[in-house]
Design a binder for this molecule. Structure first.
Ligand SMILES: NC(=O)C1=CN([C@@H]2O[C@H](COP(=O)(O)OP(=O)(O)OC[C@H]3O[C@@H](n4cnc5c(N)ncnc54)[C@H](O)[C@@H]3O)[C@@H](O)[C@H]2O)C=CC1
Ligand SMILES: N[C@@H](CC=O)C(=O)O
Ligand code: NA
Length: 430
């Protein structure tokens, strides 16, 4: 039977995502009420610029005092879509203290302070849900936290940042410049308030930390994730990738070591074969493979950024949290019992594509091959192109540890015949 007294929702932030959350809450009100078993009411909207016209939001609900809103005491659920660390962290904590559950899309905050926020939610018997924080609309947190709770996840690999996928896709398929593509992604509402978070890989690293934490039941913080952005990927890298039948994607990869005792989490650009499903993930779409003992390989695909898709995930959480409140229950909290060691990048084992500028004279190839052998890095293929006393040498390795590869590159740089290391890229998905 439908409860008539509404559940009260406070919305913090009314930007790209928040405005869509408010719109869907209003336009789908009857369906949401039927699914929850009680109507939900938008009880207040905290904004920074109150003078801005916000279609569909009554002016009397708008406030610039987010703290007062979360302290009201009659709010059932706070939806935090402000972003950033502060004041979002304090507002969420205050919301728990005043009896509200929280739905957030804030991956930066969750990757940094997830453990403390989960503890605060638990202490006050409230929920903290954040499906929108990873891969936008794609259901990924809940499948990992709930559907796969009986299985053992060994690997999570995929594209988790829409902005950088949009930029790399444009650079690859239309030859667009980096800045032009970034401007377009920003205009479409995909980029973070400071797009450095996207292009330097911080956003994907935050998502990798969240995914690894849930997948491996281990606390993984942003600082534990190895991170390289995509700002150094050039048209020449795309040309090299094409020569190998590959393209370049910014990947997040979280893996359990073969012995099961440790995990790694990393974000970096990588070459992947054009035949791999991730190669055909276009625009701001995301796709994530989850590999587990019993289920095998699962693929999650969909819009990873943008106002409406992200709001879809927020609304899904809102419905779940409201149902929990009506049942006097809470959903699953943090699960970090496994407490596995998070190993450094040097322990990661993968393949590499290395492009060297070398002197075009006899014996150079042998010299370079010796350095690889001395560091235990086995070469798969070598291609050499010479011109006017200079040559470019492209080496693709078999699987080797990142530490061995770093040692190899360091030694190569010391060779007189190696004029420069033009690029190093990992090769994944084979
Ligand atoms: N845009 C997207 O595609 C996605 C965004 N997210 C996350 O959702 C959150 C919001 O992102 P967007 O809506 O894109 O950002 P946005 O910048 O469009 O919106 C944030 C809004 O919060 C307001 N705000 C900032 N401080 C405030 C305060 N103290 N009180 C009240 N309002 C305040 C800003 O004025 C702005 O309107 C972020 O955590 C972001 O990482 C997550 C997934 C996808
Ligand atoms: N800036 C992010 C937004 C969604 O998380 C992205 O581009 O993926
Ligand atoms: Na999601």
């Amino acid at each position: 039977m439908m409860r008539t007294r509404p559940l009260k929702v406070a919305l913090l932030g009314c930007g790209v995502v928040g405005s869509e959350v408010a719109r869907i809450m209003t336009t789908h009100a009857a369906d949401l009420a039927a699914r929850i078993g009680a109507p939900i009411e938008l009880a207040g909207v905290a904004v920074r610029r109150p003078s801005k016209v916000r279609e569909g939001i009554p002016a009397e609900l708008v406030t610039t005092d987010a703290t007062a809103l979360v302290k009201r005491g009659d709010i059932d659920v706070v939806v935090e879509v402000i972003g950033g660390i502060e004041p979002a962290r304090s507002l969420i904590t205050t919301a728990f203290e005043h009896g509200a559950s929280v739905v957030s899309a804030n991956k930066a905050l969750l990757a940094q302070d997830g453990a403390a926020l989960h503890a605060a939610a638990g202490e006050h018997g409230r929920d903290l849900y954040y499906e929108a924080a990873v891969a936008g609309a794609i259901p990924l947190i809940r499948p990992l936290r709930e559907s796969l709770a009986g299985d053992k996840v060994n690997r999570v690999l995929g594209i988790v940042n829409g902005t950088t996928n949009f930029i790399l896709d444009k650079m690859d398929t239309t030859g667009a410049g980096y800045q032009e593509a970034l401007d377009e992604a920003t205009a479409l509402g995909y980029a973070e308030a400071d797009p450095t978070a996207d292009v330097e890989g911080f956003d994907a690293a935050a998502k990798a930390a969240i995914l690894a934490g849930i997948a491996f039941h281990t606390r993984v913080r942003l600082d534990d994730v190895y991170r390289e952005g995509m700002t150094e990927v050039t048209a020449a890298d795309f040309a090299s990738a094409k020569n190998m039948g590959c393209t370049i994607k910014l990947l997040a990869i979280c893996e359990r070591a073969a012995d099961g005792a440790s995990v790694t989490a990393r974000v970096h650009p990588a070459m992947i074969p054009l035949t791999h499903p991730l190669a055909s993930v276009r625009g701001a779409y995301n796709a994530v493979f989850v590999e587990s003992d019993a289920a095998g390989q699962l693929m999650f695909y969909g819009p990873g950024a943008g106002g409406a898709p992200t709001a879809s995930a927020v609304l899904g959480d809102l419905v779940a949290v409201c149902r929990n409140r009506l049942n006097g229950a809470t959903g699953p909290g943090e699960s970090a019992y496994a407490a596995l060691t998070v190993s450094p990048m040097g322990d990661v084992v993968t393949r590499y594509h290395i492009s060297l500028d070398v002197a075009d004279k006899p014996g150079v190839l042998a010299q370079v091959a010796t350095v690889f052998a001395e560091h235990g890095v086995s070469i798969d293929t070598v291609r050499q192109k010479g011109k006017d006393g200079e040559a470019s040498l492209v080496v693709v390795t078999h699987r080797a540890s990142d530490a061995s590869l770093s040692g190899t590159v360091e030694a190569l740089r010391k060779l007189d015949t190696v004029r420069g290391v033009a690029s190093i890229m990992r090769v994944e998905g084979e």
